[in-house]
Design a protein around this ligand. Structure first.
Ligand SMILES: [Zn+2]
Length: 299
């Protein structure tokens, strides 16, 4: 099994409750209800653990919307989006709390808070980009406790979006792993290849297409491994393992500027001498690399 820090879900989304009229107001009146503050792709947290606050402590910044995230052990959870202040910076938080991104959740240590935070960020990111109807351009309004936006112009309902992307460990006949570096990444930072699934193609086809486009490598035996939400801003990462039929590397220069095959020994040595930086602990990229490596790779 892959260890996927952002894939934990310890709560019931209770989707059947979302359309109940007045649900959010009813829940805000319940003392046990807890609220997660979310702003500009971040959640309020104490250390690395998202803060699940009583409603009266979760009054920060402008705005009064809430989204229903679900429930666990008879406690309901809401997200409260806090509009950013200047330049996309999130609003100031009370003492003891700070804004963290989903990347920081690998160290959360609280599966319930982590699952709620990933859901809250993904949902809030969608709301941020769905203020107007893509069909007629009129403003949209929140409905169904945050799970629908309805167009004021033509009454069309819009639903939260998740964009599928593929990410794949590509391994050759000698059991070497292919890693690449994007042109804008710091020197030494490398990861497995990834790319968005395009309209009209399967995830497996996207794996083969991206491997050829980005690296010039033909792959076969494409096997699905696991998936993980990656709400930055709206991806669902579909993890695969693929076998390289060719090993000559041809970086496309656009999305990938450097490519290299690694044996486990070479990867260990590059980590030890500081010349290789891998994707963070929260990423499925790290999990795919460690699956090939055969164990956890230290930070
Ligand atoms: Zn419309």
């Amino acid at each position: 099994m892959l260890d996927l820090p952002l894939a934990h879900v310890a709560h019931d989304r209770a989707a059947h409750r979302r359309s109940k009229p007045g649900l959010v107001d009813d829940l805000l009146a319940v003392r046990e209800t807890r609220v997660l503050l979310v702003s500009s792709g971040r959640v309020a947290a104490a250390g690395h653990t998202p803060a699940l606050l009583p409603a009266h402590e979760a009054v920060v910044g402008q705005g009064s919307e809430h989204y229903f995230l679900g429930e666990a052990d008879d406690v309901a959870y809401l997200a409260r989006p806090v509009p950013g202040v200047a330049d996309g910076e999130p609003a100031a938080l009370p003492a003891g709390l700070a804004w963290i991104t989903p990347r920081d959740l690998a160290d959360s240590g609280d599966p319930l808070a982590t699952g709620l935070a990933v859901e809250a960020v993904a949902l809030a990111n969608w709301h941020d980009r769905a203020a107007r109807c893509p069909r007629c351009g009129e403003p949209t309004q929140v409905a169904a406790a945050g799970w629908v936006r309805r167009c004021a112009g033509d009454d069309l309902e819009h639903y939260p979006r998740t964009d599928p992307a593929v990410i794949m460990s590509i391994v050759d006949d000698d059991d070497r792993l292919l890693l690449g570096r994007g042109p804008s990444w710091p020197p030494g930072s490398m990861s497995v290849l990834a790319g968005f699934v395009e309209p009209g193609e399967s995830a497996e086809y996207a794996v083969a297409r991206e491997a050829m486009e980005e690296a010039g490598v033909a792959v076969a035996r494409i096997e699905y491994r696991a998936s993980q939400p990656w709400p930055m801003p709206a991806s669902l990462m579909l993890g695969f393992r693929a076998h390289a039929e060719t090993t000559e590397l041809r970086p496309d220069g656009d999305e990938v500027s450097e490519l290299r095959w690694f044996t486990r020994e070479e990867l260990s040595a590059a980590r030890a001498d500081g010349s290789l930086r891998l994707s963070g602990r929260a990423s499925i990229a790290r999990s795919l690399i460690e699956e090939w490596f055969g164990g956890r790779i230290g930070d």
